[in-house]
Structures are given as structure tokens and as C-alpha cells.
Design a protein around this ligand. Structure first.
Ligand code: SAM
Length: 361
């Protein structure tokens, strides 16, 4: 039974979080030790520690986090006996199949029990999950786990080949989930198990398009409607803090760089005049006239440029930027950029509805 107490006790199953890639379950057994590259931890050291704690190792080699199991963490930590469903698909299927507290659900096959744990939590004590697995050793192991995790009353696990022998209930379940190599062979059996007094739903999980097409044909032939196929892909968004410079700062910087350029230009003019004066005394008078004219010209340009700059900054202050300036003084916002290419295909999800049959409604 997964503990609901605040602190870890002997006999609890805890989730040991070392890194995102290294998450594992541990049965707390006094006298035993937990060893990893992150150090050495006698189980007795972990008893009485509040769930969620970060615990340092006895030999100072690192630390671990002690977490209370949840279906999400169990999916990350469970011992794999088969391929499993991950949380992106599980949540989408749960939502589309409208699985909620009190729902009655069938799944086949059980596999490693990843999907089963999430469904069991969602349907709760008022609902039920009938799970089927034709590999006997896998069925026994999953049954033991469900019992150890306090789910024996919510999940009934049956060892059988559902494609050949069908399910153990008739006109009972709100939804069916098939994660099988040949789901089309189980579609008619699923229909027998589904409620006919209201709309019930089915989902088939298949890795390739040929399987999807065979399933769609079987669903059509069995009278299912609203057949739709989805693929769930996770698209990461990179969130970064973007600094927005204040408008006054931008204007000040523009003015400063303009001023520097102008000073440089005036220096160049002055130097050129000086060189000419020193180089030719014969044309001194004429040169002097030229210099005066150029310098006057430079002053005119300088005046002109300065007034241009003033008018730019005035309009920048007066128009659109009011929104920016007036909003607040904060200089940063969070921006998100979606990663364009998404990898990680698991399977296609084929959904369909079974409409209520008038006689039974
Ligand atoms: N959904 C499971 C999970 O999240 O852990 C994984 C299911 S695994 C991919 C598929 C399972 O279906 C295997 O354990 C296999 O033994 C079982 N299976 C295959 N054909 C079956 C059949 N005809 N009847 C019952 N179980 C079957």
C-alpha cells in the first residue's frame, strides 16, 4: 500500500529520485542498505524522514530525494517487463475516453501496469478496472504489484487471451483501451463488454499505420462511429527571460553615439585645416577663407544634426512607447520559443464511440 503518512516508515515503497534518468522504487527494509554512485544509505536512516526530503549519504558521496509514489512517478520508476505507456499518452487517452471517478474501464494487455496505475487512481473506489494479460508470469507479477500498492479492490486482473476468449463482463464498461499487437481481433469482444445504454468509448494503441487501418476497418464493421486517429508528441517550449530596455535609455544611448560621431567629424575637419595651414604659407590668405567656409559649413551641419536628433527623441517619447513606459518599470518579461522539430513517436491512438442502442437506453 502506498503510504499516505507524512514520514517514511518501515515497509513503505518510496521513490528514490537521483536524477531525471535515475528514478527507482525502494521497499524500506530495516537492516538493508541502498547503494548507488550517489552514496550509501542504510534504510534505517530513511525511516522517520518526511516525504519529499533531500537526504545526504552516509559516506558524503551525494544525496537522493525520497518521494511518495504517484502513478506518474511509478511510470518513471517501474520495472519494465514490456513497452509501457508514458504520461503524455496516458493523459490524452484518459481525457478522450472520458475516464473519471466511478468509471468502469477495460484494458488489455496489462503489460507492466503503467496505464493501470493511472486509471486506478482516476476511477477510484467507486469505479473499476478490468485488466487482461495473456502472458502468465507478467499477469502474476502485475497482480502482486496491484495488491502491494493497495489496488486489489479497484483492479481485477485476469490471465487470458482476449482476442480468442473475449472479456469477462458484458454490457458493463464505459470505455475500453486496447494495447495489443492485433487489437482488431478484440474489437467485437470489446463491443460485447461495452455499455449500450449510453455512449461508450474505445481506444486502440498501435505503432504503425497498417495496424491502424486494420483497426479502423474492424471498428467500422462493428458499427462504431466518430473514428479518429491522433498521435501525441511532446513539443518542448524554451522559456527565457527577455530584457526590455527602457525607452529613455535607448534615446540616451542614441544621443551619446551621435554626439561621439559628431565630435570625431569636427576633430577631423580641424586637423585637416591645421595640416593645410602648416603646409602652404603662400596661399595662407586663400586657405584661411576656405577653412572659414568649411568650418562654417560644419557648424551648420552640426546644428542641423542636433535638431534632427532632438526631434527624433521627442517623437519617440511622445508616441507608441507610452504603453511601454507607462506599463510599469519592470525591465524583463518571460518569452517562450517552441522547438520546431519534434521527435519521439510512440504510437497512433485510434478512438471511436459506440452510440447507445435505442432498446437498451
Ligand atoms: N499498456 C501497458 C503498460 O502501460 O504498461 C503495456 C502493454 S504491453 C505493450 C502489451 C501486453 O499485451 C503484453 O504484456 C502482452 O503480453 C499482452 N498481450 C498481447 N496479446 C494479448 C492478448 N491477445 N490477450 C491479452 N494480452 C495480450
Amino acid at each position: 500500500m502506498w503510504s499516505t503518512a507524512r514520514t517514511v516508515a518501515a515497509g513503505d515503497i518510496v521513490i528514490i529520485w537521483q536524477t531525471r534518468e535515475s528514478v527507482q522504487p525502494l521497499l524500506i527494509t530495516p537492516g538493508k542498505d541502498f547503494n548507488s554512485k550517489f552514496g550509501f544509505y542504510p534504510h534505517s536512516d530513511l525511516i522517520g524522514v518526511p516525504y519529499g526530503s533531500k537526504v545526504g549519504s552516509r559516506n558524503g558521496k551525494g544525496f537522493i530525494h525520497l518521494l511518495r509514489p504517484t502513478p506518474e512517478l511509478w511510470t518513471m520508476a517501474l520495472p519494465h517487463r514490456t513497452q509501457i505507456l508514458y504520461i503524455a499518452d496516458i493523459s490524452f487517452i484518459t481525457s478522450w475516453l472520458d475516464i473519471k471517478p466511478g468509471s468502469k474501464v477495460i484494458e488489455a494487455g496489462t503489460g507492466s501496469g503503467s496505464f493501470s496505475h493511472s486509471v486506478a487512481r482516476t476511477v477510484g473506489a467507486r469505479g473499476h478496472l478490468w485488466s487482461y494479460e495473456f502472458h502468465e508470469a507478467r499477469a502474476n507479477k502485475a497482480r502482486q504489484e496491484f495488491s502491494d500498492h493497495g489496488l486489489a479492490d479497484i483492479i481485477t486482473l485476469t490471465h487470458r487471451n482476449v482476442c480468442k476468449d473475449g472479456f469477462t463482463v458484458t454490457n458493463t464498461v464505459d470505455s475500453v483501451f486496447l494495447d495489443l499487437p492485433a487489437p482488431w481481433d478484440a474489437v467485437v469482444h470489446a463491443k460485447n463488454a461495452m455499455r449500450k445504454d449510453c455512449t461508450s468509448r474505445i481506444c486502440c494503441f498501435s505503432p504503425c499505420m497498417e495496424q491502424v487501418l486494420r483497426t479502423v476497418n474492424a471498428l467500422n464493421e462493428a458499427g462504431f462511429t466518430d473514428i479518429a486517429m491522433y498521435e501525441v508528441l511532446i513539443r518542448p517550449h524554451e522559456v527565457n527571460e527577455i530584457t526590455i530596455p527602457k525607452l529613455d535609455d535607448i534615446v540616451t544611448k542614441l544621443k551619446q553615439s551621435e554626439q561621439k560621431r559628431e565630435e570625431k567629424r569636427l576633430r577631423q575637419i580641424a586637423n585637416a585645416g591645421k595640416r593645410k595651414r602648416e603646409g602652404s604659407s603662400e596661399n595662407a590668405v586663400e586657405n584661411g577663407e576656405n577653412k572659414k567656409a568649411k568650418t562654417d559649413g560644419a557648424n551648420v551641419t552640426e546644428l542641423h544634426r542636433t535638431s534632427e536628433l532632438e526631434s527624433t527623441s521627442t517623437s519617440a517619447k511622445g508616441v507608441g512607447p507610452q504603453a511601454l513606459q507607462g506599463a510599469d518599470d519592470s525591465a524583463s518579461v518571460n518569452g517562450a520559443k517552441a522547438v520546431y522539430e519534434v521527435r519521439g513517436h510512440t504510437s497512433y491512438l485510434t478512438f471511436a464511440r459506440l452510440a447507445p442502442i435505442a432498446d437498451e437506453a
